[in-house]
Design a protein around this ligand. Structure first.
Ligand code: NAD
Ligand code: GLY
Length: 370
């Protein structure tokens, strides 16, 4: 049985993120970016800005601009440099420059066409431009379709900490066109699978087993398997965000693997390991810590590690020294008065958020680091 209620009617590929007046549809399917009906939730306005990057824009922007010109009198395209290492103030400022050059007003709609980096930065620009304008998420990576485009977390990195500067700002709609996954590089597909795998341990044991059984189909980009993975991931995320939009409690479980993972990304320098790779390894470490604290049977941690390894993701962490690990993890947004709070699992399908003695964390670091 699913651990969270399914909010989608049978055969319908539109989920709803239920957040009162900030509710919005999440469309999942094939051919969505070429279908004007996908954009029904977006008001017609005089101007729009499509934000993309040097990789995704040449693939998908032209057709999209043609379609959006039926909805907005003036549609401009901004192409950002590609990569996690560009997710910072200077790149964000390019969005504000483009909006001001275009004469964008409060009714201008931003469209984020790309992976999580473009989505997080465009969302943050939309949250801040003229104190908030509307935006639409058009996620093109698997990771963005199953996680980052949903739930309204937006922001940029700081050299000292991942996603440290940002805002909650919900999109008007999320349009996840599965067709675009065909051009996603293999390494990025695998990175996206880390966030798919994440949902099983924290919320849905049955989905975890489904991913174990269907991992090969997912790696082969089987259309039905990808559709199920995106849909179930989004259902779980929608249920969590619907209950705790601003992460006052439950939503923290979506950060399973991220306390260790964010330390890997910031510690090595953004862009060395992909976000999904760091999260995959971080989940191995969080499962080891769960075992160390006597919460999780060792065989469940082995099941998770095996799955992450089968997905082609790293399971050995980089060799940062333990003082550096602890320093980086104390900057995690879940930390409370200097105490690091970890998302741990006490069974496949159930997460707990709590602190851990430094000695146990050091022991895990010794076992997990290369
Ligand atoms: P990304 O945005 O860097 O995209 C991955 C790579 O794939 C990029 O090179 C991109 O140009 C390319 N790409 C994307 N779609 C493509 C396509 N269809 N065809 C060919 N190439 C394509 O990285 P990501 O993995 O999508 O997202 C990671 C980011 O998301 C991180 O910054 C992370 O912090 C953030 N994130 C945010 C949330 C949230 O809730 N806001 C959740 C998870 C992750
Ligand atoms: N990816 C974590 C969250 O959305 O809360």
């Amino acid at each position: 049985m699913p651990a969270f209620p399914c909010t989608v009617a049978a055969g319908n590929e539109t989920l709803r993120i239920d957040l009162g007046e900030r509710s919005y549809p999440l469309l999942i399917g094939a051919g969505l970016l070429g279908d004007p009906a996908s954009f029904d939730a977006v008001p017609r306005s005089a101007s729009a800005l499509v934000v993309s990057n040097t990789t995704v824009a040449p693939l998908y922007a032209e057709a999209l601009l043609g379609l959006l010109r039926q909805r907005h009198a003036r549609v401009e395209l901004l192409v950002l440099p590609d990569g996690e290492e560009h997710k910072h103030w200077a790149t964000l400022n390019l969005v504000f420059d483009a909006l001001l050059t275009q004469g964008a007003d409060r009714k201008t709609v931003l469209y984020a066409l790309g992976g999580g980096v473009v989505g997080d930065m465009t969302g943050f620009a939309a949250a801040s431009y003229m104190r908030g304008v509307a935006f639409v998420q058009l996620p093109t990576s698997l990771l963005a379709q199953v996680d980052s485009s949903v739930g309204g977390k937006t922001g940029i990195n700081h050299p000292r900490g991942k996603n440290m500067v940002g805002a909650f700002h919900q999109p008007l709609a999320v349009i996840a066109d599965l067709d675009v996954l065909a051009t996603l590089p293999e390494r990025e597909l695998r990175a996206g699978l880390a966030e798919v795998i994440k949902y099983g341990p924290i919320a849905d044991a049955e989905f975890f087993t489904w991913v174990e059984r269907n991992l090969d189909a997912l790696l082969e980009r089987d259309a039905l398997a990808l559709k199920h993975a995106v849909r179930r991931s989004c259902e779980i995320k929608a249920a969590v965000v619907g209950r705790d939009e601003r992460e006052s409690g439950l939503r923290a479980i979506l950060n399973f693997g991220h306390t260790f993972g964010h330390a890997i990304e910031a510690g090595l320098g953004y862009g060395k390991w992909l976000h999904g790779e760091a999260v995959g390894c971080g989940m191995v470490m969080a499962a080891e810590l769960s075992v160390q604290l006597g919460l999780l049977p060792a065989h469940d941690a082995r099941r998770l590690t095996t799955l992450i390894q089968r997905a082609g993701l790293p399971v050995r962490a980089p060799a940062l020294d333990s003082a550096r690990w602890l320093e980086l993890m104390r900057l995690d947004k879940k930390a409370d008065a200097g105490e690091i709070r970890f998302v741990l699992v006490d069974a496949i399908g159930h997460a707990v958020v709590r602190g851990a003695p430094d000695a146990d964390v050091r022991s895990v670091l010794e076992r997990c680091c290369a």
